[in-house]
Design a protein around this ligand. Structure first.
Ligand SMILES: NC(=O)c1ccc[n+]([C@@H]2O[C@H](COP(=O)([O-])OP(=O)(O)OC[C@H]3O[C@@H](n4cnc5c(N)ncnc54)[C@H](OP(=O)(O)O)[C@@H]3O)[C@@H](O)[C@H]2O)c1
Length: 292
């Protein structure tokens, strides 16, 4: 399959590009310097002229704080550009897989959010991503919108990798204990997407693991336990729970409860989706083998 992927300098786009390249697919890698999503005529030209079967769009202004500082630019990248992608994919009868986020939810009730749960984003990032979702889903294109959360296990370090690095340095950790979601392992995400490219469902899906919602503190504790079990840490480290309200570095307001229900995606896949803890153990033990 010929797969065009935007944002391949990013965490998800880079990992997808590597994954599909190693799996006998032809990947057209589109970095910002190849097509700037703010330049709609350049984007339209790429969409119309490139020879692709599927277009995957993980490119985004993905920082909630950056979006809060520049909501106009955030809207252009996260909503206007995906709307154009969907429009041209519909005209050319091509499949589009667009990424969204758990930050479309207000996160004011505990438990897991289903795809049809009302979206009430609290910040400019969530609003722009929700507008992108709606534009893609209403376009008439063969398109999947895949909401993800807390992706780790790619080359670009995420919270899990930061925890591992701090613990390996022998440093203690502080982690927010009153904000919940479910972490997503990039290797599993690649396999889910490989399957979606075959099925090409026109659907809004939650691309996350199974299991109970967990906080960043809970993830840090799990990382510590798994590292100890795998012989990656000699000594116990101190992990201190903190509160979201004390995180002074955040500009944009963050939702609290955004763990997502994955039954809809699960029903489309050939194998059950793993529990987040099982996936975390697998990714950490893979890192251990790689480092040998
Ligand atoms: N990672 C997560 O935990 C997470 C959680 C929830 C949702 N998501 C969603 O998943 C998707 C992928 O996230 P990610 O973690 O891979 O994000 P990322 O690492 O920030 O990558 C985003 C990519 O988009 C590119 N980009 C930004 N503005 C652009 C523009 N104007 N033109 C062309 N490219 C542009 C960036 O290019 P440069 O490298 O040149 O800056 C970057 O390569 C996003 O839609 C994000 O909203 C991710």
């Amino acid at each position: 399959m010929k797969i065009a992927i935007t944002g391949t300098n990013g965490r998800v786009g880079g990992a997808l590009s590597d994954f599909f390249r190693s799996g006998n697919h032809e990947v057209i890698s589109l970095r910002r310097e190849d097509v700037d999503l703010c330049d709609l005529s350049a984007l339209r030209e790429a969409l119309q002229s490139l020879d692709f079967d599927a277009w995957i769009n993980p490119a985004a202004m993905s920082s909630p704080d950056e979006c809060e500082r520049d909501p106009v630019l955030g809207h252009r990248i996260n909503a206007t550009a995906p709307a154009l992608m969907a429009d041209v994919c519909r005209q050319r009868d091509k499949y589009l897989l667009h990424f969204s986020t758990d930050y479309v939810f207000a996160g004011d009730t505990s438990g897991k959010c289903h795809e049809e749960a009302p979206a009430h984003p609290l910040n400019a990032y969530g609003k722009s991503k929700r507008e992108g979702e709606l534009a893609v889903l209403s376009s008439g294109a063969r398109a999947t919108v895949l909401r993800v959360s807390w992706v780790y296990g790619a080359k670009a370090p995420a919270f899990v990798e930061q925890c591992m690095a701090r613990l390996q340095e022998g440093a203690g950790l502080e982690a927010i204990a009153d904000k919940w979601s479910i972490p997503t392992a990039m290797p599993d995400l690649c396999h889910w997407i490989e399957h979606l490219l075959i099925e090409q469902p026109s659907a809004l899906l939650h691309g996350c693991h199974s299991g109970e919602p967990v906080s960043w503190y809970g993830i840090a504790v799990a990382v510590h336990e798994i590292m100890r079990k795998n012989g990656l840490l000699d000594d116990d480290a101190t992990i201190v729970p903190t509160l979201l309200q004390d995180a002074r570095q955040f500009i944009a307001r963050r939702p609290i409860h955004t763990a997502m229900d994955n039954h809809r995606l699960s029903s489309l896949l050939p194998r059950p989706i793993a529990d987040w803890r099982e996936a975390l153990e697998r990714v950490i033990s893979m890192r251990r083998q790689d480092s040998r």
